[in-house]
Design a protein around this ligand. Structure first.
Ligand code: CA
Length: 229
């Protein structure tokens, strides 16, 4: 996994359609995790921690609706936005009626441009820093476009790693991140970094955030990891 790149889980059993979509998503700066069926999709949700899921309705064995229902019924995956893709508008009506919890619906044949816009709209919610949003948590403000951070109006200087750590925390205040999850998100999965390195950078981030006074906003959760607030 490359850090910072938003991850899209693409669930589509037809290879040609899957590859066209994957090509467009990758060209748009997304990291794409592919799944060919429902079972694979459910495994990938836990494994890849995607930021958005594109889910085809018509899948062999476990249908897209069932996959969506299971994703939305688990507390760990409930907040991952799901865009359902279906062949006919009547199906979309049925999906709505079934209350699967999907966040958006797209009908085939879709325009790729429109689909990309919808993916980005969902990202604004799940990974706001990847679309240049400004985040606020209490007196801390993080501008992901200018890479500036301030607390109570005072500018705070952060190294690139501390900035990515803070972005990750501020996107999901209250969420407890394990050291391994922070490594995947901030350093990338392919790089070998000792989990103690995370502690070192958390220490630096804490120091920087409290440099002008104020309470430590980061919480150490024993045996679990770290969270903001
Ligand atoms: Ca299909």
């Amino acid at each position: 996994m490359t850090p910072d790149k938003p991850v899209v889980l693409l669930v589509e059993d037809e290879a040609a359609q899957r590859e066209v979509l994957a090509y467009n998503l990758e060209a748009d700066g997304f990291q794409v995790v592919r799944a060919e069926n429902g079972e694979e999709a459910l495994l990938c949700v836990a494994e890849a921690d995607p930021d958005v899921i594109l889910l085809d309705w018509m899948l062999p064995n476990v249908s897209g609706i069932e996959v969506c229902r299971r994703i939305k019924s688990r507390s760990e995956t409930r907040n991952v936005p799901v865009i359902m893709i279906s062949a006919r508008s009547e199906e979309v009506d049925r999906v709505r009626g079934l209350e699967t919890g999907a966040d958006d619906y797209v009908v085939k044949p879709y325009s790729v441009v429109e689909l990309m816009a919808r993916v980005r709209a969902q990202l604004r919610r799940s990974r706001p820093t990847t679309v240049g949003e400004r985040l606020e948590y209490q007196d801390i403000v993080l501008d992901s476009e200018t890479h500036r951070v301030s607390r109570s109006g005072n500018g705070i200087k952060l190294g690139p790693t501390e900035f990515r750590l803070l972005s990750t925390f501020m996107e999901k205040p209250g969420r407890v991140w394990s050291r391994e999850q922070l490594l995947d998100r901030v350093w990338g999965r392919d790089i070998y970094v000792d989990t103690r390195t995370v502690d070192v950078h958390i220490g630096r981030l804490r120091k920087a955030l409290c440099s002008n006074g104020g309470d430590d906003p980061l919480r150490t959760v024993r045996g679990a990891g770290y969270s903001l607030g």
